[in-house]
Design a protein around this ligand. Structure first.
Ligand code: ZN
Length: 316
């Protein structure tokens, strides 16, 4: 076809962009292996159809050749919805856009995305123009919902959605056969650890997901951010174990702050559990609040913390 093979375009037209190729799958790495706010782009070329997984900011850097290829994909399958995963959607005028039903409204409208984040109204009012500027954000009203187990046969390469919530309500791993590649999305195995700071995020679900993701019989794992591509199970399992340990470190931090005399959620939010003291973003307190609340709930269930009244918490 006149557009050329994506592998050739990525190699010849984008010398500045790092890429990896696994048969019909091309991974184009964003800045610093897709460190937020960038991300890694997966492109698939089957006999019958071409697809993109998510559409991060790296798509802004595509040359004319690769940009034309991207803009004519038949479908974009989103592993989940956040501002940094839907950047290229406005360029896909004729593609089918598929999103797990748990994240669907977040793709379709600002109201849906605002409820997905769940931050305070004044924070959301500041956030909207920021993500329109930084992530080219637009609602995608024609996005269609899919369910756990949904599959797409591209011709010689098949994609299946495996619902793995926690980061968001609809977060899925996208599983590619026959090559055994798992696109992990924001189960991103970064040093930061799992993010479950939004309204539809769930620490309980993320813990279950982290146990299940280990069982996938993959030989290649691709994350949206920073880690990029992992091609051996030993490295994957070590990264996964370190990622999981961040959750327990946060629980320890909450206990330590409670013991130090901070007993309200707002005091814990100001002391920071998730982010360093110098970090600054309009949504940051909201993410801390949601995260800390879930850790307190878990610590109460474990019998380590008691709630004296609606506002105050103590170590038992
Ligand atoms: Zn995300």
């Amino acid at each position: 076809m006149a557009l050329g093979r994506v592998q050739d375009l990525a190699a010849a037209n984008e010398p500045a962009l790092a890429s990896a190729h696994f048969g019909p799958v091309t991974v184009i790495l964003g800045d610093r292996s897709g460190k937020y706010p960038d991300g890694n782009q997966i492109l698939l070329e089957g006999r019958d159809a071409r697809a993109a997984f998510d559409t991060p900011r790296i798509t802004r850097q595509f040359s004319a050749g690769l940009g034309a290829w991207f803009e004519t994909v038949d479908l974009a399958i989103l592993g989940h919805v956040h501002e940094d995963h839907v950047v290229g959607l406005p360029r896909l005028k004729n593609a089918g856009i598929f999103v797990h039903e748990g994240d669907l409204e977040a793709a379709r409208s600002w109201k849906g995305l605002a409820e997905h984040y769940g931050y305070e109204p004044d924070v959301l009012a500041q956030l909207q123009p920021q993500i329109e500027r930084d992530f080219d954000w637009q609602p995608c009203a024609h996005a269609q919902g899919y369910q756990d187990g949904a599959s797409w046969d591209l011709g010689g390469v098949k994609v299946q959605a495996v619902h793995m919530p926690g980061h968001t309500r609809g977060h899925c791993v996208l599983w590619v056969e026959p090559i055994g590649l798992a696109f992990l999305g924001d189960i991103d195995l970064t040093g930061f650890g799992p993010y479950y700071g939004d309204a539809t995020s769930s620490l309980i679900d993320f813990r279950k997901t982290l146990a299940r993701v280990r069982e996938l019989p993959a030989s290649i794992w691709v994350t949206s951010h920073h880690r990029g591509v992992i091609q051996d199970r030993v490295t994957f399992e070590a990264a996964l174990a370190a990622f999981i340990s961040k959750i327990d470190q946060r629980s320890e931090r909450v206990l330590e702050l409670l013991r130090s005399g901070l007993h309200t959620i707002e005091a814990l939010v100001q002391a920071r559990v998730l982010y360093p003291p110098h970090a600054n973003a309009v949504w940051l307190d909201g993410a801390e609040r949601r995260t800390i609340t879930q850790h307190l709930d878990e610590l109460i269930l474990q019998g380590l913390v008691e709630r004296r009244d609606e506002q105050t918490f103590f170590v038992k």
